[in-house]
Design a binder for this molecule. Structure first.
Ligand SMILES: [Zn+2]
Ligand SMILES: [Zn+2]
Length: 334
């Protein structure tokens, strides 16, 4: 299993994030936002495999690259076509889908798109059809949100957190499932022969008193699970951009981000410009680093810097953040 990512775009320009989860059995690709030039960096082969396009919000600098992605995939049937946006943005997305002359589409175009609006307590989805030129929003049954999870995939989950950017902005968190393996050295030391019982051993936790038979002898399943199973925590990555990180927001985010492997987070302003950050509903590098330290994450990747800063200033912002949270980096190549 692996979780890989690539921060897209240039410093001080539009940005996005590409994530690939490979479970060994299947691969799932995510594109978080679609800034100008960002999908080009992923390349057409991978873009045609992206199943989930997850928007933080629909300000221009996060949508400007959408047309390339859509042009490649508008009539795709090999994969599900899913777009996620914050609540209140479904109509803007509908305009994006309709915003071409579709006189050449016909019944043969079977592509369908599901656009889901993420609200605090619900997910509201509309289905759009290529053969209709995306004219009609066909409402799907509204789903209640009982927790942060919006996608429960094979071997991974995606959680969504609503943030305040003056308009709602969605933060996303992709988690690989934990891996449970049998410790073969311990198995060998016990002299147990592999058999059907191993499948049960790796399955759900033992019921009270449950036993498995190995070579004609009954053994306590609970004891064996404790002794022989090794759990490896799955990787995780959060994508947080375009939001005002107030102390109250940090209090909400810290428990959700605790122990996350990588957090890719906006860093529009330096601490000296906190007034500006406050005014335009963005965050400073130091605020973000403080949240990372409190949540004890693995690595913080700063991105989406304001274009008012040059390379020297960005380097200083990185250094400032590192005094608060040591394992802070810029994206590769920045
Ligand atoms: Zn932005
Ligand atoms: Zn924005």
């Amino acid at each position: 299993m692996s979780l890989t990512f690539q921060v897209l775009g240039q410093p001080g320009r539009d940005n996005a994030l590409f994530v690939k989860v490979d479970t060994g059995q299947s691969q799932t690709r995510f594109l978080f936002d679609c800034g100008d030039g960002c999908p080009h960096q992923v390349g057409p082969t991978e873009l045609c495999e992206v199943e989930h396009l997850c928007f933080s919000h629909l300000h221009m600098d996060h949508v400007a690259g959408f047309d390339l992605f859509f042009r490649l995939n508008f009539d795709r049937v090999a994969k599900e076509n899913r777009i996620w946006v914050p609540h209140g943005s479904g109509e803007v997305m509908h305009h994006r889908l309709r915003g071409f002359m579709w006189n050449l589409v016909d019944e043969k175009q079977e592509g369908e798109w599901l656009v889901s609006e993420i609200a605090p307590d619900t997910v509201r989805t509309a289905r759009f059809l290529a053969k209709e030129g995306f004219r009609t929003a066909h409402a799907e049954p509204e789903q209640e949100r009982t927790d942060r999870t919006i996608i429960a995939g094979e071997g991974f989950t995606v959680e969504a957190m609503l943030l305040d950017h003056g308009t709602p902005s969605v933060g996303y968190l992709v988690r690989e499932a934990n891996r449970v393996n049998v410790d073969t050295a311990k198995l060998g030391a016990k002299g147990f022969k592999p058999g059907p019982w191993l499948k049960r051993l790796r399955g759900p936790g033992a019921a009270p008193g449950e036993t498995v038979e190995i070579g004609g002898v009954a053994h306590s399943l609970g004891t064996l699970q404790t002794e022989l199973l090794v759990t490896t925590l799955g990787d995780s990555i959060a994508y947080l951009t375009d939001f005002r990180l107030t102390p109250a927001t940090a209090d909400e985010l810290v428990p959700s981000l605790r122990g996350v492997t990588t957090v890719v987070c906006e860093s529009q302003y330096r601490a000296a410009d906190a007034d500006l950050a406050n005014k335009v509903m963005h965050s400073t590098a130091e605020e973000v680093a403080s949240m990372a330290a409190r949540a004890a994450i693995g690595r913080l990747v700063l991105f989406h810097f304001s274009d008012r800063y040059d390379a020297v200033a960005r380097r200083e912002m990185l250094d400032d953040a590192r005094t608060i949270f040591a394992n802070t980096t810029l994206p590769d190549g920045w």
